[in-house]
Design a protein around this ligand. Structure first.
Ligand SMILES: *Cc1c(COP(=O)(O)O)cnc(C)c1O
Length: 369
């Protein structure tokens, strides 16, 4: 695939030099060479998560760390804010792990209002709250800072899924007083899939040590103990550590503020493109997420009735770009554009040029029927 052509919401385009870093003999994860790489990665990721806490790195997908967060969450009842499929995933995990969980479901495209969260947390005694930062199924962005403040006032720990947020959307672990944030390699961090990340507050970790049923592979207390020695509890995917070492150098080169600004500019490009293209083609195009609640890394574009998302996506692919299908039931009526990783506004505009042409084609085939 040509570089600058992958705009999927679930797999980021990976820079060629990052891919190349993986093509070498893996080293022992108990060697001093590995310890040095681990330390470099820690320093780099602390800047990304904006924390002085260690970053736990596991070989698994993002769902693995979501399950780790639930398994290690303080004893007691959990409140889950569900703004889409990934919010619902926390509920599924909590149920499967025999945790008591209540859920608050929002309409697609909406994000939780802090005032509503305040009421929810006052309605019963909760120990933890789960919330998705950038809900990749709808493109909605939650105000994590305000929600965490409400939770802290209620004495509830905040667990955040920032799998498609971190690396593209601003998140400040320490300054916002978060308790557990999980992410994964293959979205806004611009790496291949296979690594998941977690950061916990000291109080979350202390509570986790008293939570039963943490298991072995997903035990964040064990990750913390090993991180002190610059290691992971078990053998990690070493080639992905090579890639990550390369990528943290890139984060440092660009700077997080510049990275967030670049993603915010892509979000704005999506907004103005939808408005402009809708009127140009005389088509009802829209954005699923409410104004002011839109993710800088993924945009869900709503299509007019009569335009087949499948046909549109193949038209886009024929022009050399990969754009994502809508999630689940939204698959018929939406497409998802992932504008994350190393993409720029210029690359996104090229992709959107192809989307416009493909849209024009579907319109011709609609009217000629
Ligand atoms: C991709 C994603 C996940 C995790 O998916 P995995 O396939 O397990 O990596 C979780 N939450 C969100 C918001 C995501 O976008």
């Amino acid at each position: 695939m040509r570089h600058g052509s992958v705009f999927l919401p679930n797999i980021a385009e990976v820079a060629p030099h990052v891919l190349q870093a993986m093509a070498r003999q893996p080293i022992s994860n108990r060697s001093t060479e590995f310890h040095a790489i681990f330390a470099t990665i820690q320093a780099g990721l602390r800047g990304v998560f904006r924390t002085v806490r260690p970053i736990y790195i596991a070989t698994e997908s993002g769902t693995g760390m979501m399950e780790a967060a639930i398994r290690c969450a303080p004893r007691g009842r959990i409140m889950s804010l569900v703004s889409g499929a990934f919010g619902e995933r926390f509920v599924r995990i909590a149920n499967a792990c025999d945790r008591r969980v209540d859920r608050h479901v929002l309409p697609p495209g909406d994000a939780p209002a802090p005032e509503v969260v305040r009421g929810l947390l006052a309605s019963a005694s909760y120990s933890a709250l789960t919330v998705v930062h950038s809900e990749t199924s709808t493109g909605a962005l939650a105000d994590i800072r305000a929600i965490a403040e409400v939770a802290r006032e209620a004495g509830v720990m905040t667990i955040v899924d920032s799998v498609s947020g971190i690396g593209g959307a601003c998140l400040e672990f320490d300054a916002w007083g978060l308790d557990c944030v999980v992410s994964a390699s293959q979205k806004a961090l611009g790496l291949p899939p296979g690594l998941a990340f977690a950061v916990t507050s000291e109080r979350f970790l202390a509570a986790a040590a008293k939570t039963e049923g943490r298991g072995v592979y997903l035990d964040l207390v064990a990750f913390d103990e090993h991180a002190r020695n610059h290691e992971t509890p078990t053998t990690p995917c070493v080639p992905l550590f090579f890639a990550l070492e390369e990528q943290v150098a890139e984060f440092r080169r660009e700077g997080m503020e510049a990275r967030w600004a670049r993603h915010e500019a892509m979000r704005q490009t999506m907004e103005s493109w939808v408005a402009k293209t809708g009127s140009l083609l005389n088509m009802e195009l829209g954005i699923l997420a409410k104004r002011g609640m839109r993710s800088p890394t993924v945009t869900v574009v709503t299509l007019p009735t009569g335009v087949s998302a499948d046909r549109l996506l193949s038209g886009i692919a024929a022009r050399g770009f990969l754009v994502g299908t809508g999630y689940g039931a939204l698959g018929e009526s939406t497409i998802r554009v992932g504008h994350m990783g190393s993409h720029t506004v210029r690359e996104l505009e090229r992709c959107l040029g192809a989307v416009r042409e493909a849209l024009d084609d579907t319109r011709e085939s609609v009217s000629s029927r």
